[in-house]
Design a protein around this ligand. Sequence first.
Ligand code: AMP
Length: 468
Amino acid sequence: MPTDFASLDLSPALLAVVQELGYTTPTPIQVESIPVLLAGKDLIGQSKTGSGKTAAFSLPILQSLDLSSRSLQALIVCPTRELSEQVAREARKLGRKHDGLVVLTLTGGKPFAPQSDSLARGVHIAVGTPGRLLDHLTRGTIDPSGVATVVLDEADRMLDMGFQADMEKILEALPKKRQTVLFSATFPKTIEAISRTHQKNAVRVTIDDGEQPAEIRQLTLLAERDDKLSALYWALAEYTHESALIFCNLKATIAEVERALASSGASVDSLHGDLDQFERDQVLARFRNQSVRLLIATDVAGRGIDVEDLDLVINYELPTQPEIYVHRVGRTGRAGKEGLAVSLATSRDKPKLREIEELTGRVIERVKRDVRADPGLVSHAKAFARPAPMDTILISGGRKDKVRPGDILGALTGDAGGLQGADIGKIEIQDRLSYVAVSRAVSRAAVTALNKGRIKGRRFRATLTGRR
Ligand code: AMP
């Protein structure tokens, strides 16, 4: 087994770059994967962020590129915009001795036309999120005929985010003769099925780092249609949480549940199909930074939700298909923490519960609690109606205005802003705007300070987000 880069059959140019970057020894996933990929074989690999997997698939791709042709030769599919940017950055870094190399990111939430213009000018490697990549393939702005390698990075996360159909359509749109690379932290049945359908004799690479995957505790509570709201209140109070994602099957149900929770004084918002991209981003930013505790969504509207550290997923209704159940509950129990999923099931849902258990090979605990016959329920239930700790301020400047987290922090603390560091939460910088979470108690003062002061010597508009 080779243990240095020199014995991995990489080109002199790539070896030089690796050395310049200070990568002295290849990581285990690189040792195992690079020879397989250089040989042109399909690969299904277990890996996590930080394992060096990006270089593991990027180096062989770079080695096999034909730079004299400006056709798209490799497609890398990632779950999020952020990961796509990160992968593209690493590929450009490793490809710095490849003169004329073009690596393009194609992610959602960005205008389509500049992306198709760049594609038309010629690109070697495209990195992007499933929805947008599929859009380009369907509209013909990506020409897939020269794609020799496709990588599905963090495939299990893409499944959790509801991208299975898009991933499969992308694979179907590519030439049959190609290399298919799949990286995933876990291997649920759906991943195995995708591998069987879309890969050929894939070599399996697993790195045993001794860490156990996070556990998800799954519970179900029997509640008939008319008792569901009571059951939801009870579950929210019983299973204490910082934040919870509540799934409904229909938009109409979302509205009903949201109204009920809001009138009880809960901090709640919802994602439904009528929101535009900006509104949707704003709702998600508020949920991620603890400005809203409960988020209600349908599966369609919830596609692409990427929230780390979710304590609790509630199925207000069981989904129609067991696979969807798996996607929903997979959003909790990340980052090594135990997750919790509570499903409210009617008596007619019993066969569905069994189907889910069959698919996952895990038993869903039945909670013995008769929500109808419980007089103490209502008072107990109100315990969930706490306000969220933070408020979100929207600032009209972002990355393209050279605004960095430290600049916003600086404007809010010290003499100018007067806030304590402890009052400031997550700062999210996007292209043209930023979101900053601040303690609810000081949020108005913070908005005033930001509108009076300057960030990077410039004035930006600051406003409080959310309904009030
Ligand atoms: P990844 O798991 O792909 O997100 O990579 C994690 C980080 O490790 C990235 O910042 C890489 O630049 C870096 N990296 C990748 N391979 C090596 C290596 N062989 N030696 C040292 N650092 C590496």
